[in-house]
Design a protein around this ligand. Structure first.
Ligand SMILES: Nc1ncnc2c1ncn2[C@@H]1O[C@H](COP(=O)(O)OP(=O)(O)OP(=O)(O)O)[C@@H](O)[C@H]1O
Length: 236
């Protein structure tokens, strides 16, 4: 479970998040939707403690900055953060040991196989393509068997097969009870797997919807309707 209460992040020159309240429950895929600059990344980065903010954030029942919380979540950033001169295997060893994960090699191999990275295990990160770097980044977040997963634009730079693989993984983790919070612009692809969504605009949550509360309307329709309303006043 990820719980965010009254999150506000003021960058000084502009507000990235204002009084954001949200919940991402175990066994659900919760989606942050919003135009560029709506505050999705700010929200995710605040939750994992990369930004200073005001508000109360709990991850798996622990304050988000606590060691217990940090052990429990995986984070897939929009742009992979890797060590250019370490090989794939060295990244896996580093994360496996840092998180003290038993049998981490087996778990990592499962994802490296799926992402067709096995033959690149001895390649250093800077020799990998953009999509391969993204897949390594995902492997590192998933191999720790997280109870909560925060994902910022996971499909960026992935080919269609890898996008489908990623969606399948997310759906599988949801069924295992992981709390998944992800930001995305690609609403259509989530049609079959999303459970809860927060539509953001100018740092605020405009509306929370669940799959059941939405009825016949599609998430995409709701998104466009909310973004059209008051469009003039929201142009930056
Ligand atoms: N480092 C920063 N310094 C100052 N303002 C920032 C910074 N990062 C983000 N902002 C501002 O905060 C607001 C929200 O940005 P954020 O990156 O959270 O949006 P987003 O919804 O993730 O957008 P995108 O879809 O483009 O990734 C924007 O107005 C942005 O200009």
């Amino acid at each position: 479970m990820i719980e965010v209460k009254n999150l506000t992040k003021d960058y000084g020159k502009g507000v990235g998040a204002t009084e954001v309240n949200l919940i991402a429950k175990p066994g659900e895929i919760t989606v942050l939707l919003g135009a560029n600059g709506a505050g999705k990344s700010t929200t995710i980065k605040s939750i994992i403690g990369l930004l200073k903010y005001t508000g109360d954030i709990q991850i798996c029942g622990h304050p988000n900055l606590s060691v217990e919380a940090k052990k429990s979540f995986g984070y897939i950033p929009e742009t992979p953060v890797l060590y250019d001169l370490l090989t794939i295997d060295e990244h896996v060893d580093f994360i496996g040991n840092a998180y003290n994960i038993p049998n981490y090699q087996k778990e990592a191999t499962k994802f490296l196989t799926l992402f067709k990275l096995l033959d690149k295990r001895q390649s250093i990160a800077k020799e990998l393509s953009k999509g391969m770097r993204q897949k390594l980044s995902m492997t590192l977040a998933l191999m720790i068997r997280p109870k909560a997963l925060l994902v910022d634009e996971p499909m960026m730079g992935l080919d269609p097969n890898s996008i489908q693989d990623t969606l399948d993984i997310l759906e599988g983790m949801k069924h295992q009870g992981v709390s998944i919070l992800m930001s995305t612009h690609i609403i259509d692809m989530l049609n079959d797997i999303w459970d809860r969504a927060y539509i953001m605009k100018k740092g605020r949550v405009l509306q929370e919807v669940t799959r059941t509360s939405l009825g016949n309307q599609s998430l995409k329709e709701l998104f466009f309707t909310l973004n059209e309303e008051g469009q003039d006043e929201t142009v930056n």
